[in-house]
Structures are given as structure tokens and as C-alpha cells.
Design a protein around this ligand. Structure first.
Ligand code: MN
Length: 272
């Protein structure tokens, strides 16, 4: 058994299928973690979703910001923009199957035995892992409700950037979604920044990558994430970053987490 993680696929079905083949991934034997952003920007979002659904219980996938944007579009909350390429999902014959599967994915997956967490963007430094799990579960419960469409109406917006335990429900859920699916840098008190998308070193002095923040409360847990294409693949004792910029014309990468091994990558022609 090998546990792999694959970075942001973003509708690049050709690269995804080529990578699974190159890995010789076998669902009866191996396990796969996917960091989310399965859809959008690339040409074949529906095909990516169907391939993952076929992997069944061998694959664990968390939601990314593009996946949530697709759900909001399917819910009629927000019209797709000119850049969005998930129309193949919205017009698919199996649309309801794909959307229902997607909205039942978690925002955060925790393997306590391995002290390992899978999340799209990261865990805010000021949260402990139990706090992050409670916050994620609140949003997951809402997404799984029969009236899930209405609840996504409050998803968009950057505020509040600072966490407080007494935030109102909608603000609390928006903070959770933004932190777990959009965060890269944080301010010195742990507030979220949404303006800087470059690699560490390009940010204003008052900002720190969330995983290097001095207030970080979850140092004992290994956090596996994607979302940050300009950070690329980064493997440390405490984190694995794995968005190698597939949709930008770079590579799609699978990293063996257990047993740890050499990354396996395929070239992607890029679609942006
Ligand atoms: Mn993302």
C-alpha cells in the first residue's frame, strides 16, 4: 500500500489520467489524497470528477475554492464568469450525481493515527487541529443539508479576516471557507491576507506564510495542502505542499506520503 497525494488537478483530465497510469495506482492496494480544486480553468472538469468517483473509497478528497465556486454556480448563487470552464459539469447528464458527490466532500480530513491533515489551502496558525475540525464540520454539515443551495449565498467576500470565537454564524462560516481554501499569507496577529499570491519572499514584510507563523498552534501535525502554485512542491517534516501548477502549463505531481518516496510527475500542456 502506498498513500499518495496529488495536487490541484483543475479539470486537466488528460494529465490526471496519465499520472494515475504512471503511478500504476491500484485502488484495491493504494490510497490517494487529493487536495481539491478538482475542477475549473482546465478543459475537462466532469471527466476528472467521474474518474475520482470511480476510485471509490481508495480516494479522499477535500474541497478547494474552485470546487466551492462550482457548487455556488450549480446552486444559482453566482453565475459562472468568462474564465470558468466547468460548464461541462453543469450541463452533464449526470450533473446531479457529480454535484451531490462534490458537496459531500469534507473541507478537512484528519488522520489522527498518522497525525496528518489534508486541506486545500492550510490551517490558520491560530487554530488548534480540534478547533479546525469543528469549524470545518460546521460548513460540511451545511453543504450536506437538503437546502444547501441557500447556505452558499453568504460564501463570497474576504471579511472577516480575523478569527473571533464569537463571530456571527455566517461570518464564522465565511472565515472558515476562506481560511481552509484560500489562505496563503497571514498578518502578525494571524489575520488572513488575500492580496498576495507569489512565493514566500515576495510578500510585504508584515506577512508570513501561514505554516511559518510564530503563533502556529498545530506544530505536531503534518499538514498536506495545495492551492499555492507559486510555492510549488515543498516537503518538510511539518508540511507537504503539492500544487505544481498543472493548469498553468507546468506539471501535475503525485507525492508518496507513506512510505515516503520520490515524486512522480507528468507534464501538462496548460489551459490558462
Ligand atoms: Mn485553490
Amino acid at each position: 500500500m502506498t498513500l499518495y497525494v496529488i495536487g490541484d488537478v483543475q479539470g486537466c483530465a488528460d494529465a490526471f489520467e496519465a499520472l494515475l497510469e504512471k503511478m500504476a495506482f491500484h485502488p484495491a492496494r493504494d490510497r490517494l489524497w487529493l487536495v481539491g480544486d478538482l475542477v475549473n480553468r482546465g478543459p475537462a472538469s466532469a471527466r476528472v470528477l467521474r474518474t475520482i468517483i470511480e476510485l471509490g473509497r481508495s480516494a479522499v478528497c477535500v474541497l478547494g475554492n474552485h470546487d466551492l465556486h462550482l457548487l455556488a454556480s450549480a446552486a444559482g448563487i453566482r453565475a459562472p464568469s468568462a474564465q470558468d470552464t466547468f460548464g461541462d459539469v453543469l450541463s452533464a447528464r449526470d450533473r446531479d450525481t457529480l454535484i451531490d458527490w462534490l458537496r459531500h466532500r469534507p473541507l478537512l480530513h484528519h488522520d489522527p493515527a498518522a497525525a496528518r491533515v489534508l486541506v486545500h489551502a492550510g490551517v490558520p496558525p491560530i487554530w488548534t487541529i480540534p478547533e479546525a475540525i469543528v469549524a470545518a464540520q460546521e460548513v460540511e454539515t451545511v453543504l450536506r443539508n437538503p437546502d444547501w443551495q441557500r447556505s452558499l449565498a453568504h460564501m463570497y467576500g474576504n471579511a472577516p479576516t480575523r478569527w473571533r470565537a464569537n463571530l456571527a454564524r455566517k461570518d464564522r462560516q465565511r472565515f472558515t471557507i476562506n481560511a481552509l481554501t484560500r489562505m496563503r499569507f497571514c498578518g502578525n496577529k494571524g489575520g488572513l491576507d488575500f492580496d498576495n499570491t507569489g512565493p514566500p519572499g515576495t510578500q510585504p514584510r508584515e506577512l508570513v506564510p501561514w505554516f511559518d507563523h510564530p503563533l502556529r498552534q498545530h506544530n505536531g501535525t503534518h499538514i498536506v495542502f495545495g492551492h499555492w502554485a507559486s510555492l510549488g512542491v515543498l516537503r518538510r517534516a511539518d508540511i507537504t505542499a503539492c500544487d505544481s501548477g498543472c493548469v498553468w502549463g507546468s506539471r501535475l505531481t503525485a507525492i508518496p506520503l507513506e512510505p515516503a518516496g520520490k515524486p512522480i510527475a507528468v507534464k501538462c500542456s496548460g489551459h490558462r
